[in-house]
Design a protein around this ligand. Structure first.
Ligand code: PLP
Ligand code: COI
Length: 355
């Protein structure tokens, strides 16, 4: 949906901005975008321009060999009017790691950050203010050179688009049901599962679609080699809570190193919880749910924030966690994280950047 700023004045749309559940995720885009081209070994033509379609040659590399990377971050409107980003330097760094893995040009970190900040400031009137809303930022790089041979493109476009968003999941902060996928795999060690590239999400669609048809929110992926170890969820990293201890799968090489994940690990320690990164098998998880050793579970991500997990279904059997209720540690971590992100609580970590 493309809505202009004039239209934004309309009552109906204004109402949407007051209600996180109405706003949904990633359907509304702001009036302007940042674009920059790469050719002859340099980035040129950096500009903020009207949000518009691209004209690309049908043989552009991105269409055929998916040489594409992206990031996901958010701008938050604080109650006192400040506009805050959350650890944006981490996204910029991860974008460059993704670029390097796909033989794409990197962008000086400070230039990428400046582009993002200038665009967000130019579009600041679009940042929604209702509870649970924010402005999702999507930096993206695509290979634009026209050819059909398999080799890295010599030309690229980097762009940033903005989308005012509410909750990622329809139910908002409600426990989600996950389907443990034991047939298809998302990514294998040595592949590109640890970077943000479209192909990982394309590979996930079939399993995600089937799970959704059966009423699940997302798939919980297992490792590609043995289908034995828990990896991550479609758009978030996974945490299991054992009383006052958090356990999250170690970064195996095929899991995205989530910035929210890293933040939750630090936050947990700050809140007096212990946190472990280790391999954890699905058999161990279901046994620990059945015996009650796992007291809570949740996923973490920029879009998903902290999403409580109410049950896992593995080989046709559902394992319910904490009676399908939001657990106390999940709630505490969620409250603390969002209070820091929205500038409602002191940020002892220096994570929040006012722009
Ligand atoms: N895992 C996948 C596959 C994701 O797409 C995301 C979202 O970015 C995450 C994990 C969480 O990462 P982050 O916390 O950096 O948003
Ligand atoms: C994010 O949380 O930023 C993501 O990239 C998830 C997404 C694929 C919607």
């Amino acid at each position: 949906m493309k809505i202009t700023e004039e239209k934004l004045q309309e009552q109906e749309l204004k109402a949407k901005f007051q209600d996180a559940s109405q706003l949904g995720f990633g359907r509304i885009f702001t009036d302007r975008m940042f674009t920059m081209r790469y050719a002859n070994n340099e980035w040129t033509e950096a500009k903020i321009e009207k949000y518009k379609n691209f004209t690309l040659d049908p043989s552009a590399c991105v269409f055929h060999y998916s040489q594409e990377i992206f990031e996901g971050m958010k701008a938050y409107a604080a109650e006192d009017g400040r506009i805050l980003l959350f650890r944006p330097e981490q996204n910029v760094r991860r974008m460059n790691n993704s670029a390097a893995r796909l033989v794409m040009p990197t962008i000086p970190e400070e230039d990428m950050l400046q582009a993002i900040e200038e665009l967000v400031l130019a579009e600041k009137n679009w940042i929604p203010r209702a509870a649970g809303t924010s402005m999702y930022i999507r930096p993206t790089m695509i290979a634009t050179e026209a050819f059909l041979g398999v080799h890295p493109s010599a030309e690229y476009t980097f762009f940033v688009i903005l989308s005012p968003v509410g909750a990622y999941y329809k139910g908002g902060f409600q426990p989600v049901k996950l389907y443990v996928e034991d047939t298809f795999v998302r990514a294998a060690v040595g592949g590109v599962g640890d970077i943000k590239t479209g192909g990982n999400y394309a590979a996930s669609l079939m399993a995600g679609y089937r799970a959704q048809q059966k009423g699940f929110s997302q798939v919980l992926w297992l490792d590609a080699k043995e289908r034995k170890y828990v990896e991550e969820v479609g758009a978030m990293n996974m945490f299991f809570v054992y009383g006052n201890k958090l356990v999250t799968p170690a970064l195996s090489g095929s899991i995205l190193p989530g910035i929210t994940r890293a933040s939750v690990l630090e936050l947990a320690k700050h809140l007096g919880l212990t946190a472990e990164e280790r391999t954890i098998s699905i058999d161990e998880v279901i046994e620990d749910i059945a015996t009650g050793a796992i007291t809570e579970a949740f996923g973490s991500g920029t879009a998903a924030v902290i999403s409580p997990v109410g049950s896992l279904t593995f080989k046709e059997k559902e394992y319910v966690i904490n009676n399908n209720q939001v657990g106390p540690n999940t709630q505490h971590l969620y409250d603390t994280l969002v209070n820091i992100q929205y500038g409602r609580q002191e940020d002892p970590f220096g994570w929040v950047k006012e722009i």
